[in-house]
Design a protein around this ligand. Sequence first.
Ligand code: PDD
Length: 284
Amino acid sequence: MTVYLNGQFMPIEEARIPVLDRGFIFGDGVYEVIPVYSRRAFRLAEHLKRLQHSLDGIKLANPHSDGEWTKLINKLIACNDGEDQYLYLHITRGVAKRDHAFPKPPVKPTVFMMSSPLLTPPAELLQSGIACITAPDNRWLRCDIKAIALLPNVLLRQMAVDAGCAETILIRDNSFMTEGAASNIFVVKNGTLLAPPKDNLMLPGITYDVVLELAAANGIPHQVRKVAATEVFDADELLLTSSTKEILAITTLDGKPVGNGMPGAIFAKLHQLYQGFKRDVMRA
Ligand code: PDD
């Protein structure tokens, strides 16, 4: 695998960062995951916009213009195997003596990118759906920042794995659903798709936006509003979205079937539309 580190392309085995990097010491940085289809970065402008939002959120200057990012990203895609790839981009506040406050004057940020073949969910999983658990959302109040400090998400996702499940759906204040530990979640009730609003309590997913656009363009009734925990437990269908999982049906929640326990009609429609969108936009 060829990676990009601070201005150079190199084999991953040769990539090194100093131990005083603030990403290593404090988790002081942000990241993006960008799917690549037919060697073209999917929704690149939107990913770069969210990156800027994350950088603004941690008060770190963007080391590159969108034009420079586009060139670097395209070169990294060309250097790696696979028509479809999973591109990971990571920026930290750089290397400095350990002090919580920002280095003064600022130091050069560390910029790292890697790209590996994208493995989207296999057909069996699309047919069976996945099992999830719920847990209290105990993360901070800036979940809109795609921060590399992911320990709460790591622990929440591991809860699912320990329970033999795929993802943990997060419930804030014992009251409403925010998202998954590494995904966005939609509820379907009586044929209407319900999505929590993009606020400080969830990551504004790029796939989430695509799903809502597809729903709007294809007459699927949908509402963006706070989704009560009770609506999650009472859902006809539950859907999970992310750049790497695309769209999946959640068919078991906390050990009980969701709806009739099979992927539902809205999932089938949105999955088909998403694949069509990919084909038309990316493979044309
Ligand atoms: N995670 N919410 C959280 C907490 C996430 O970590 C992710 C994605 C999403 C979905 O966003 P998008 O549709 O833009 O991928 C929502 C990535 C895939 C990751 O951390 O690997």
